[in-house]
Design a protein around this ligand. Structure first.
Ligand SMILES: *Cc1c(COP(=O)(O)O)cnc(C)c1O
Length: 389
């Protein structure tokens, strides 16, 4: 009888081609060369240019959010989202412990403190009912805000992250935020092309952030964006990310301490070309999910993680969850698949375990995230792997 690792490798190979397969690779099969050439030919390579404007317009149109402001990466976008949501020095911000480190880092950049909470097994993102009970216990809601009874600090915002592209239950999360007076920010770095009840993620937060890093659904090499439906916040986001310069023909004057977080025109050119291909990428990623679901439903010991019933996910990274009885085989499975040329990865080390964040406030019970940390592996997810041969 084959052991679990051999069974999984055989299953993956029945869906994937031979040879080395990366976890997530970009594809540049559209207008990338043309648009980048146009930048070089015209000399518009840097921080302003028509592709930046077009990329922002195209992003707003695709996501259905009124305004998009392009930034140099997703972490910078999230930093500005939090600042504009009112997060300041010594505030606490609720963050899932199951996330990429950038989510917590952006909170720290504001001089604020991340406060870690558990995930839901339906979305892998923040669990709204567990959160509601928890906040009811620890918060004192006053006229001037909500305060952590234990630390005395103001709890200002919640960052909801759509893990591997699967949307959190946004209606329920919004309700919890409203009840406790928290500003909602969506870290939608992984969820471009993911919809919650028919509407694109990034529409619920006061502000939301996207990432176009090389491993994301579309890439600009490096890049990000701030999304918001509020015109004033959009204007401020543009201002803050472009050194807060007061527009003038020659004079350099600045009315805030701004950031040089703008996306260069060359990167935006790649982004415009990538965005044209996004619907095709998502279609292929969802096809690949269908193939994986089919093949793994017949295999004992592992399950492919499926999108929540309320959502249509981009399936940014496909995930296998080991059954509880097979949990101890995770490292063998990682060894065997990678040795076979199939790139697989565990999920992130939980934030509350990192030395840099281990003294931050947190839920005592982070058991779902801890369980996922031990049982989940990401498997090859590039969109072209789902294309019909
Ligand atoms: C990719 C990512 C970011 C932002 O990453 P950048 O590399 O700065 O663009 C932020 N949060 C999450 C959850 C991510 O996956």
């Amino acid at each position: 009888m084959l052991d679990l690792s051999q069974t999984v490798i055989r299953a993956l190979r029945s869906v994937l081609p031979g040879g080395n397969i990366a976890l997530h690779e970009p594809r540049f099969s559209g207008n990338e060369w043309n648009y980048v050439k146009e930048c070089l030919d015209t000399g518009w390579v840097s921080s302003v240019g028509k592709f930046v404007d077009r990329f922002e317009r195209d992003l707003a149109e695709y996501t259905g959010v009124n305004h998009a402001v392009a930034t140099v990466n997703g972490t910078a976008a999230l930093h500005i989202c939090l600042k504009l949501a009112g997060v300041g020095r010594n505030d606490e911000v609720i963050v899932p412990t199951l996330t990429f480190v950038a989510t917590a880092n952006a909170v720290d950049y504001c001089g604020a403190i991340p406060h870690f909470v558990d995930s839901s097994k339906i979305s892998l993102g923040v669990d709204p009912s567990k959160l509601q009970d928890y906040l009811g216990d620890i918060l004192e809601v006053r006229e001037d805000g909500s305060f952590n009874k234990l630390t005395g600090r103001r709890v200002k915002a919640l960052v909801a992250m759509h893990t591997f592209g699967h949307p959190v239950d946004l209606d329920a999360i919004v309700e919890v935020c409203d009840r406790f007076g928290l500003a909602l920010v969506e870290d939608a770095a992984e969820s471009l092309g993911s919809f919650y009840k028919g509407r694109h993620t990034g529409n619920w937060g006061k502000l939301s952030s996207l990432s176009f890093n090389g491993n994301k659904v579309i890439t600009t090499g490096g890049g990000g964006a701030i999304l918001t439906n509020d015109a004033d916040l959009a204007k401020l986001a543009k201002h803050l990310t472009t050194t807060a310069k007061i527009p003038h023909k020659w004079s350099f004057s600045h009315d805030m301490i701004g950031y040089n977080y703008r996306l260069p025109n060359i990167n935006a050119a790649v982004g415009c070309a990538q965005l044209e291909q996004l619907p095709g990428f998502i279609e292929n990623k969802r096809k690949l999910a269908g193939k994986y679901i089919g093949i793994f439903s017949a295999i004992d010991g592992v399950t492919l993680f499926e999108e929540p019933s309320y959502a249509e996910s981009n399936y940014w990274l496909h995930s296998l969850i080991l059954d509880k009885e097979n949990m101890h085989k995770r490292d063998d499975l990682l060894e065997a698949t990678n040795a076979d040329g199939l790139m697989t990865r565990p999920s992130w080390t939980l934030m509350h375990r990192l030395d840099i964040y281990k003294s931050c406030p947190r839920m005592d019970d982070l058991s779902l995230a801890e369980d996922i940390e031990r049982r989940l592996i990401n498997i090859p997810s590039s969109s072209f792997l789902g294309a019909d041969a």
